[in-house]
Write a protein that binds this ligand. Structure first.
Ligand SMILES: [Zn+2]
Length: 363
């Protein structure tokens, strides 16, 4: 290692620190650093690295830092914590508009992922990263923090061979509880793997989400068949391309199956309902190393007297309990619990308490 010769230093943004963390802990394997121009182009155009492996979203470090190949740049987190260093291999200009079109399938500035890469800019510094430390997270997350090596060891210790991962960035209500359990019926273990990196404004605070997951696990899942970890990744809202990246990350954490719902990792109307499932049609699943499991929209049906989906329930829409996200937020904000067929009491209570807390802090 040795001390840096050049004295170059860069303070990473929260989004960059999130990428650094997954590079450092193995979540982005086989990547070992920020991409250069060849991997950037090949990822955008062919959804593969130049080495041939499937990779769906560029992992680049956009910065104005003056540096040249061979330089060593010391990297720190937004809070100043020293993380490690990058050895510069290349400084290049990416075509952000091309990345938007090919990866995000839109150049609309209202798309949060597109807006984010435009704000970062074209100029990128590529190179292998080396970590001395990982970024800090809230205590609620650190309690559940496992690196890919640790989660693999934990699965093995439990004797799980088929492990299904569930990606989420929201509290789990009955609909998602149902589909995780449906997936668990054909696997040995369920890995609830919420994303805690940078999401968009208006998303529920991550510590509140963790309390929701924990109470649900304690009360409604079998302790021998569920684990909760965290994914320090950030959201791109790239829909289909991101579904593939989410699967790759979970493969690296030791999972064999991955739940892909309708409109996975989408935002607004940028992607078709099934685009994030169809993208896997053109992927060799054995090569990918993790099997996607596709799910329909699920709901409580009064006639079935249980959870179901358009695949399993023959009844008309009037029989289904449907509440929009807006409606649920309004109810919780008023201190009102949604029906227990929609949300578990305990989860609703945590959310109501969080809304109350938030409104007292606002005053
Ligand atoms: Zn029904």
């Amino acid at each position: 290692m040795g001390s840096p010769v050049t004295g170059l230093a860069l303070s990473l943004t929260a989004r960059q620190a999130s990428d650094f963390e997954l590079l450092a802990n193995g979540g982005f394997a086989p990547l070992q650093g920020f991409m250069g121009s060849d991997d950037w182009r090949s990822t955008c155009e062919d959804m593969r690295l130049t080495s041939g492996e499937i990779w769906s979203i560029p992992i680049t470090l956009a910065t104005d830092l003056e540096c040249s190949p061979g330089d060593v740049v010391e990297l720190s987190a937004p809070n100043g914590k020293q993380l490690g260093r990058l050895t510069v291999q290349e400084v290049f200009e990416r075509d952000v508009e091309k990345e938007a079109e090919l990866v995000y399938r839109t150049t609309d500035q209202d798309h949060p992922g597109v807006a984010a890469i435009r704000a970062e800019g074209n100029r990128c510094v590529a190179g292998r990263t080396e970590a001395d430390a990982l970024p800090d997270h809230d205590e609620a997350f650190m309690r559940r923090y496992l690196t890919p090596a640790e989660s693999k060891a934990a699965f093995e210790e439990r004797g799980w061979r088929r492990i299904v991962a569930f990606q989420t960035r929201n509290p789990i209500h009955r609909a998602h509880e149902y589909l995780t359990k449906a997936a668990l019926e054909i696997c040995d273990g369920l890995y609830i793997h919420p994303l805690i990196g940078d999401t968009k404004k208006g998303d529920i605070p991550a510590d509140v989400r963790m309390r929701c997951y924990e109470v649900l696990m304690e009360k409604y899942y079998h302790p021998d068949h569920v684990m909760l970890g965290i994914n320090p990744g950030k959201m791109h809202y790239a829909g289909p391309r991101e579904a593939v990246l989410h699967a790759i990350i979970r493969r690296n954490y030791g999972c064999t199956h991955f739940i892909v719902g309708r409109d996975h990792a989408g935002v607004g109307d940028y992607y078709g309902t099934y685009d994030a499932q169809r993208i896997f049609d053109d992927i060799d699943i054995a090569e990918l190393g993790i099997t996607p499991l596709f799910f329909e929209h699920t709901f409580w049906c009064n006639d079935c007297e249980g959870m179901g989906s358009t695949k399993t329930c023959p009844h008309p829409q009037e029989s289904h309990l449907f509440l929009s996200g807006t409606k649920v937020r309004e109810m919780l904000g008023r201190g009102e619990k949604p029906p227990h067929e929609f949300s578990r009491e305990e989860v609703a209570q945590i959310l109501i308490d969080a809304y109350k807390e938030e409104s007292t802090t606002d005053e």
